[in-house]
Ligand binder design. Sequence first.
Ligand code: NDP
Length: 304
Amino acid sequence: MTVLYLSDPARGAVFQAAFAAALPDMPFHVGQAPDPKAVRYLVTWTAPDDLAARFPNLRLIFSVGAGVDQFDLAALPPHVGVVRMLEPGIPQQMQEYVTLATLALHRDLPAYLGQQRAGVWQAGKNLPAEERRVGVMGLGQLGQAALAALRPFGFPLAGWSRKARQIEGVACFTDLDAFLARTDLLICLLPLTAETEGILNAGLFARLPRGARLVHAGRGRQLDHAALLDALDSGQVAGAVLDVTAPEPLPANHPLWAHPRVILTPHIACQTRPGDGARHVIAAIRADLAGQPVAGLIDRIRGY
Ligand code: NDP
């Protein structure tokens, strides 16, 4: 029974050292396994096309990132479980990113950066946080962490999810229209699934109050980029901070690169820390070997 790591070799070396210390009897290979039939656990970003034939005894596939949308879940053998990355640095970094982006849009930073470049000194009016209604799409690990980080600022907070949720100090919605109608600053932290692909589209922007702002740190394919540009041009959306795009990076001449009301970051909201990532995988394998529930095991039908 072995573990195979198929992602960045330098990070793989960190995983290998952690496995040697915590599970010394479990062989851990980086890059390739001497006996593919012995591979029971695979740690990777992408799944090889011939996964089932190459690793016939595979039991769990671990994503090295927080999402699992890079896998074609329908194409994986039905008996293989898929586990997302859960490590404490991910929600912590997302709290930092969402706070940075929310405050940047709340305090009109894109406009002031433009003014600075143009040599213009002109103060706008600060809106009190109590008058900026923030709404988070996705109330999972990251949505809840983001809301907790934003709470001290005094924004009226809301969230939207599939299941009804109760979170102290947060108005929780399952009705998307009602959620959007009260949201001046929208934060997308949804997983990419068949249901959420393209969800940030013209119809959605039209249902926000005029002049709403967008923070997008979910996945690029959730955003209709042309619809966002139209909404920015019409003033329906006043500004956006985007950490994810499709493709990544955008083509060199894409208008979002230089848009005066858009701040673009290169998918850096969160980066898995290999030491903590290894601890998550080790704990999950220990749980699996003990016949206990595996933290981060996703529902393959639901897609997250
Ligand atoms: P979780 O699985 O913990 O939470 C997902 C949330 O989204 C749940 O609240 C779920 O609803 C909700 N949701 C899913 N589908 C729908 C839908 N169709 N309609 C309404 N709500 C829906 O995921 P995480 O919070 O850990 O991560 C979310 C995503 O963030 C990741 O999948 C990844 O794509 C992205 N991400 C981006 C990073 C970056 O660097 N930019 C870094 C890390 C993650 P319910 O509660 O009802 O199940």
